[in-house]
Design a protein around this ligand. Structure first.
Ligand code: PGA
Length: 251
């Protein structure tokens, strides 16, 4: 039985003042029937960790540099993230793959660096609309997975987030059947790559998840959680998503 994980991604949003939202999120997470995590801008990590303490919300980063230290102006290493109190990081988000030109090999190196320094990892994959329309969604996603899966991948520290690029921030979501089919394909690919470890690995869906659609998406086959952008910025929007797993039928 995989415990669900609901993770928020604040992207390039938030301020010290906005951290007040984290209090409400942490309070709801205490009674939730899922793990809760927030990937915050690096500027907020230390304050957020101090604010929530060892509470029910894991605080993490949105990206990490593969090197430990050195001449990489503007970048942040896994050692630094650990130092700030982060417990996990996202890697391979489509916005970074697109904006920063990150390749599967880059993503893999980042995930391995995070692991080396004790950070858990949420590795993102997802197809563009053109790729889906061309009937290549599954090939693209399983290809990204194969190319970016870190060495020694294990459920204890690694989750996979399937985020169709066309569903991110658009209010559009795939059908529940499409999500279940893709998650099934990801699980099958993971079985090929990591054997029985694949059964325990959590597969999150991301892309326009809201309080209204969370329950049906989280109830889909092989969906073990959600990665939430816009709706994670306020407690009012995020708490209903955190509460959704408790409303699901016991499977
Ligand atoms: P969204 O973003 O929930 O705003 O669509 C999801 C993500 O990019 O992680």
């Amino acid at each position: 039985m995989r415990r669900k994980l609901v993770a928020g991604n604040w992207k390039m949003n938030g301020s010290l003042e906005a951290l007040a939202e984290v209090d409400g999120i942490a309070a709801a997470a205490k009674g939730a029937n899922c793990d809760v995590a927030l990937a915050l801008p690096a500027t907020l990590l230390l304050s957020a960790v101090e604010r929530v303490g060892g509470s029910s919300v894991a605080i993490g980063a949105q990206d990490v540099h593969p090197a430990e230290k050195g001449a990489h102006t503007g970048c942040i290493s896994a050692v630094m993230l650990k130092d700030a109190g982060a417990s996990f990081t996202l890697v391979g988000h489509s916005e970074r793959r697109a904006d920063q030109g990150e390749t599967d090999a880059d993503v893999r190196a980042k995930a391995e660096a995070a692991r080396r320094h004790g950070l858990a990892v949420i590795l993102c994959v997802g197809e563009t609309l053109a790729e889906r329309d061309a009937g290549r969604a599954e090939a693209v996603v399983t290809g990204q997975l194969e190319g970016s899966l870190p060495e020694g991948a294990a459920a204890e520290w690694l989750s996979i987030a399937y985020e169709p690029v066309w569903a991110i921030g658009t209010g559009r979501t795939p059908t529940v059947a499409d999500v279940a089919a893709m998650h099934g394909a990801i699980r099958a690919k993971l079985r090929e790559l990591v054997g029985t470890e694949a059964e325990a690995m959590r597969l999150l869906y991301g892309g326009s998840v809201t309080g209204e659609n969370a329950a049906e998406l989280l109830d889909a086959g092989d969906v073990d959680g959600a990665l939430v952008g816009g709706a994670s910025l306020t407690a009012v929007k995020f708490v209903p998503i955190i509460e959704a797993p408790a409303r699901l039928p016991v499977s």
